[in-house]
Write a protein that binds this ligand. Structure first.
Ligand SMILES: CCCCCCCCCC/C=C/CC(=O)SCCNC(=O)CCNC(=O)[C@H](O)C(C)(C)COP(=O)(O)OP(=O)(O)OC[C@H]1O[C@@H](n2cnc3c(N)ncnc32)[C@H](O)[C@@H]1OP(=O)(O)O
Length: 282
């Protein structure tokens, strides 16, 4: 039987709660929901867009959990209805160079901390996950998405006049195959849940992704020896991570050079205006 977080006022739980209270961190919370299973919950309204501080905070929380040997499964979720994460905070793209570098470095680190986690990670998506929101999901080991057709997932960067970084494009290729990824990337396709399931971008649809993820964690994944799960991950991810570390500095320079181009900045401003206009029409 699955019990609620409050049923487990374990030492671990208290440590995690104290850590959160002691820090000024506010956009993510961590709680042990079942022995060995931690929820990492994103709550940065309105849309969980990944700003510099949000990336840093999420990373910091993941690093705390990584060191905690009592946690072997992480469930990544959002408490904003209809949204998993809107991806990178587009306003960050218009900042001065120093800040852009800090921002991208934090985003790279978040990828390392999530994709490279030794624990088993499950993305519980109750809403949309465009672009870097999709990166968060792709970095997890398993993806459960809502069956609500309003939710969308995919890499829509091309529609902003930009392109996904090579390592994110690679994650898409690893997950759905080269040809589907290639088409998705240049079209900027955002998939409805049934389509995402059909191409293998998500693993399961469920009316209640949180409930399903916890059930999977306890009834299925925890039954597989922890060290075997971690070793299997190493088999498939180590090469990618090694390459990423080798290319990290070049990736940073590439990002800054690309995003500061006048044509790109014009496109991004136009995209932000489209978002605002869409909101005004509601
Ligand atoms: C070889 C070439 C190599 C190139 C290397 C260069 C690398 C460059 C890489 C750049 C990588 C980018 C990855 C990204 O993540 S880009 C971000 C992409 N994200 C999006 O396009 C999402 C846009 N948002 C939406 O589609 C919708 O908001 C939503 C998530 C579906 C939610 O819809 P909903 O109707 O609920 O909400 P609203 O649209 O009304 O939005 C509410 C407010 O939130 C603001 N908003 C939304 N998304 C973002 C965002 N990503 N960043 C900042 N702000 C965002 C929106 O403007 C509203 O704000 P307001 O209340 O102030 O009006």
């Amino acid at each position: 039987m699955i019990r609620s977080a409050l049923s487990y006022p374990s030492k671990k739980n208290l440590v995690l709660q104290c850590l959160r209270r002691m820090s000024s961190l506010v956009s993510t919370s961590v709680s042990e929901v079942h022995p060995g299973v931690a929820h990492v919950t994103m709550h940065s309204p309105p849309v969980n867009s990944l700003s510099l501080s949000f990336c840093q905070e999420l990373s910091q929380n993941l690093q705390v959990i990584h060191k905690d040997k009592s946690i072997d499964i992480i469930l990544l979720q959002s408490d904003i209805p209809g949204i998993f994460s809107a991806g990178l905070d587009i306003k960050e793209f218009t900042q001065p160079k120093e800040r852009l570098m800090e921002f991208w470095t934090a985003f790279q680190q978040l990828y390392i901390d999530l994709y490279g986690a030794s624990q088993t990670t499950i993305a519980c998506m109750e809403g949309s996950a465009p672009a870097a929101g999709c990166m968060l999901a792709l970095s997890c080991d398993y993806r459960v998405m809502t069956s609500n057709t309003k939710a969308k997932i995919g890499l829509n960067e091309s529609l902003l006049g930009i392109a996904a970084p090579p390592w994110l494009a690679q994650q898409m290729m690893d997950t759905v195959g080269s040809r589907v990824a290639e088409l998705s990337l240049w079209r900027g396709t955002l998939y409805a849940p049934e389509q995402a399931l059909a191409i293998g971008l998500v693993d399961e649809l469920h009316e209640n992704p949180r409930e399903r993820a916890l059930e999977l964690a306890v009834a299925e994944f925890q039954k597989i020896p922890r060290q075997a799960r971690a070793a299997s991950k190493t088999l498939t991810r180590q090469k990618r991570l090694k390459h990423f570390h080798q290319e990290r500095q070049a990736d940073l320079e590439h990002f800054v050079n690309f995003i500061t181009q006048d044509a790109v900045q014009t496109q991004l401003r136009g995209y932000l205006q489209q978002l605002a206009a869409k909101k005004n029409k509601k």
